[in-house]
Design a protein around this ligand. Sequence first.
Ligand SMILES: C[S@@+](CC[C@H](N)C(=O)[O-])C[C@H]1O[C@@H](n2cnc3c(N)ncnc32)[C@H](O)[C@@H]1O
Length: 208
Amino acid sequence: MDREAKFWSNIAQRYSQSKISDMETYEKKLEITRSYFHPDASILEIGCGTGSTALLHAPHVRQVRATDIAPGMIEIAREKAEAEGIKNISFEVATAEGVDVEDGSLDMVLALNLLHLVNDRDAVINRIHKMLKPGGVFISSTACLSGAWWLMRPLLAIGRMLGKVPMVKFFSRKAYLASLKAAGFTIEQDWLPQGVGKAYFVVAKKAG
Ligand SMILES: C[S@@+](CC[C@H](N)C(=O)[O-])C[C@H]1O[C@@H](n2cnc3c(N)ncnc32)[C@H](O)[C@@H]1O
């Protein structure tokens, strides 16, 4: 198993039991996301973790496919779907870089708290753009760490050597928006919730 997959699998149980730190922000993001749903929508969430958000969205759309690099996360997600009796969702192990999706087939792709964790965000964003139907929507929540956060890099490097933290890429919100625009997206809305280290929420749209 890949090093990142192992890291995330090892913490999957703890992750599934951790509480959402800012419920108000989380709920606002759910609400904004749902404003782009329609009952016939087919959506993909990459880096879905233990599937909590995908499971909340599933009753509002036709089909949810949710993927994650870590088998440990997917195992828990499947158990939750089974326990909650949610049938229009499938969970599978796949990397954000390698997920196999037909071009132009999806209404929406979600990447929540993920794109700062991948090696090549531009490649992933380009691939997402291809997967979407014309007019499709890409919704992401990304830790855009720049400025003073760069001081954290040596600490994170040590933590990573010790296997205590995952790989984290550092880039600014401006660089993130530039990646989206370079892939062909237009920005529908963006929101940086108040508070230290909050993830940057962006709704991006493929031309219709
Ligand atoms: C911070 S968690 C976020 C989980 C979930 N999206 C959420 O918001 O609660 C990051 C997730 O991304 C997954 N992940 C990390 N690198 C990945 C990659 N290259 N491809 C797919 N998933 C990845 C991890 O296994 C983990 O479940």
